[in-house]
Design a protein around this ligand. Structure first.
Ligand code: BES
Ligand code: ZN
Length: 651
């Protein structure tokens, strides 16, 4: 499917740019191995060019957004006005091209600071991946554009939840998820991480609900149905975020707190009580936290990710509230993005590894500071094992950090590569030059590029003028290029290990050999980490007797830790262990986190259990996020995204 879309997408993008006579921002960079691709090879992506935006960022830059939106739960639409302040970068007076998806545009006015006048606009046909380009004619003196619009009830970046999908069961809930290219489905803008904007917003909600945003939330705001926000620090569009629900607030520390439904509030505040400590230690090592407050928002379980680093307010799945803080590295991860990602952002989706890889590296360090060396070792080793599994399945081209995402949906390019491979690269640099120097390097890097969006080549150029000068004898530029531009992991890369896990290997072996029954294994001190290592290291095929032995001894089917349940259910599906199927169905219909759902549906398909996969998926589908529906449809129906709308077609 991706191959089929590729030419359409390129032609469409090119046609729009050529037809409108607009200037797509030319990269200022262009170094790096891909620039010398010969004519016989398909030319590589150009550094700094965002292939996922129609916006003519070479002509105009949006600098500020004023939003005024009404949240209509009965029609499932956001409706109102977006006013964009734009800067002109040349005298050409081309139309302004914005990104949209599924937006109904009612009117567009252009203004020069004194008055507004209606102006002509047009929308292109919709591209499956990119949506529609909105082209706006601008008078020569225009500095402001006001767009009245409403969103589609099926908007890809919104999920509208029925009361029964919430913890309280009494009120509806709405949340946005803009990363990677879904902001355009709820605001018309230059939807590219290379452009940063400040914003103000007025959000009008039903009176009994509260709105929160990736902005200055006020826990004491009166609940009168009108909420005003401002985000004074410039952010890329993928960090725009809004949620509306029956939310309460509880402080955890001076600068940290949690928003959640009443039913989850205390449990969440207890689970994440170390957030303030994480924030302080990260500041000590990597420089000041630049976003004022750091709060968490606990979403309903259909949230499609573990977490999303929306500035000042990370969005968090409730599935990590395990009762024992065993899964709080997710919080360290989203917090770390306040430096790696939100302060220094990827300029295009090819550069995502700069966000997620640095964040994965920082996450481990934060966990070590707060919880100690054993946990650090275990979490490093678990990531490493996941990376090995991922590498076994990926095409070479998908193992490259600076990945070629042209013609592809960024939602489909997700893997452990930008996360774990990239963090292993940073870990190798740390090992080579020593922690103290590497910490200093990161601190300087965050300062150097704060509130900027950078490319892989910007990072390389920075390395050239810093570490590659100061630590010349310890580092090798060819090896660094191998990490970034070649598939796989370079020979001799670090291999993180954990003593706690090494001790588990003979235990697992002895059980597999039938020498030790599960009941004789002393697992009383195991945390989630040991369980995950123990289970994920099992061979593919286990007998029914073995599965029963494990389940009877450890009650794995009943585990309330979602990560343990997930690892166990994967084994159960693979081996057709029927006593776990009721739990599997419950898990798949009550949780929307793709990290769990996609592998489980894939295992069902691989095990020849397509009927069960389809039945459960169709039952759960009305409660799933649009992204969850799209991604899992591809697994279950092996179908194109556009057909995924209608399950009837697919069967
Ligand atoms: N920013 C990501 C989530 C994301 C990435 C959404 C790309 C859309 C496109 C977030 O920070 C993340 O990495 N979440 C992980 C956390 C995990 C690695 C600790 C998740 O949701 O599982
Ligand atoms: Zn992340």
């Amino acid at each position: 499917m991706l191959h089929r879309l590729f030419p359409t997408f390129l032609l469409l993008g090119a046609a729009i740019l050529a037809g409108a006579g607009c200037t797509k921002s030319e990269p200022e960079h262009g170094v790096g191995p891909q620039s010398d691709a010969g004519p016989e090879r398909r030319a590589g992506p150009v550094s700094g060019v965002d292939y996922h935006s129609f916006a003519n960022t070479g002509d105009y830059r949006v600098r500020h957004l004023d939003l005024d939106l009404t949240v209509d739960f009965s029609r499932k639409v956001l409706e109102g006005e977006a006013i964009l302040q734009i800067e002109r970068l040349n005298e050409e007076n081309n139309p302004l091209v914005l990104d949209t998806r599924g937006l109904s545009i009612e009117s567009v006015r252009a203004g020069n600071g004194e008055h507004f006048e209606e102006t002509a606009f047009s929308l292109t046909d919709s591209d499956d991946i990119l949506g529609q380009a909105l082209s706006i004619e601008l008078p020569g003196d225009a500095t402001t554009v006001a767009i009245r619009y409403r969103t589609d009830p099926e908007a890809s970046g919104l999920q509208w939840l029925e009361p029964r999908q919430t913890a309280g069961k009494r009120h509806p809930f709405l949340f946005t998820q803009a990363q990677a290219i879904h902001a355009r489905s709820f605001v018309p803008l230059q939807d590219t991480p290379g452009v940063r904007i400040t914003y103000n917003a007025t959000i009008r909600t039903p009176r009994d609900l509260r709105a929160v945003m990736s902005a200055n939330n006020d826990p004491d705001a009166g609940q009168d149905g009108v909420y005003r926000f401002s985000m004074p620090q410039p952010i890329p569009s993928y960090l725009l975020a809004l949620a509306v629900g029956d939310l309460e607030f509880k402080a955890m520390g001076k600068r940290t707190g949690v928003y959640a439904e009443h039913e989850l509030l205390d449990a969440a505040a207890a689970e994440f009580a170390d957030t303030e400590a994480m924030l302080e230690i990260t500041e000590d090592v990597y420089g000041p936290y630049r976003w004022d407050r750091y709060d968490l928002l606990i979403l309903p379980p259909s949230f499609p990710f573990g977490g999303m680093e929306n500035p000042r307010l990370s969005f968090i799945t409730p599935t990590v509230i395990a009762g024992d803080k065993s899964l709080v590295s997710l919080i360290a991860h989203e917090l770390a993005h306040s430096w790696s990602g939100n302060l220094v952002s990827n300029a295009t989706w090819r550069d995502l590894w700069l966000n997620e890889g640095f964040t994965t590296y920082l996450t481990k360090r934060i966990m070590q500071f707060v919880y100690g060396d054993d946990r650090y070792d275990m979490e490093m080793a678990l990531d490493y094992a996941d990376l090995q599994t991922a590498l076994a399945d990926l095409d070479d081209s998908d193992e490259i950090l600076a990945i070629d995402v042209r013609g592809r949906d960024p939602d489909d390019v997700f893997s452990d590569i930008p996360y774990v491979k990239a963090s292993l690269f940073l870990y190798e640099l740390e090992q080579k030059i020593g922690r103290a120097d590497f910490d200093r390097f990161l601190l300087d890097y965050f300062n150097e590029f704060s509130f900027q969006s950078i490319t892989t080549e910007d990072f390389l150029a920075y390395l050239e003028r810093t570490l590659l000068k100061t630590h010349m004898e310890l580092l090798d530029v060819d090896r660094i290029h191998e990490w970034i531009f070649e598939p796989g992991i370079p020979d001799g890369a670090p291999h993180p290990r954990s003593d706690a896990f090494t001790r588990l290997d003979p235990v697992r072996r002895s059980w597999l050999d039938g020498d030790t029954p599960a009941a004789d294994i002393d697992s009383s001190a195991w945390t989630y980490h040991e369980w995950k290592y123990f289970l994920d290291g099992m061979p593919e095929a286990l007998s029914d007797a073995q599965l029963r032995d494990l389940d009877q001894a450890f009650a794995l089917t009943a585990s309330t830790n979602n990560e343990i349940a997930f690892s166990w259910l994967r084994i159960a599906v693979r081996n057709d262990y029927q006593p776990a199927y009721a739990r599997l169905e419950d898990f798949l219909t009550s949780i929307g986190r793709n990290k769990f759902l996609m592998p489980l549906y894939q295992e069902l398909m691989d095990a020849g259990n397509a009927d069960m996969a389809i039945r459960i998926f169709e039952k759960a589908r009305p409660g799933y996020h649009p992204l969850t529906v799209k991604r899992n449809s591809k697994i279950i129906y092996a179908e194109d995204a556009e057909d995924a709308e209608d399950p009837q077609d697919a069967e």
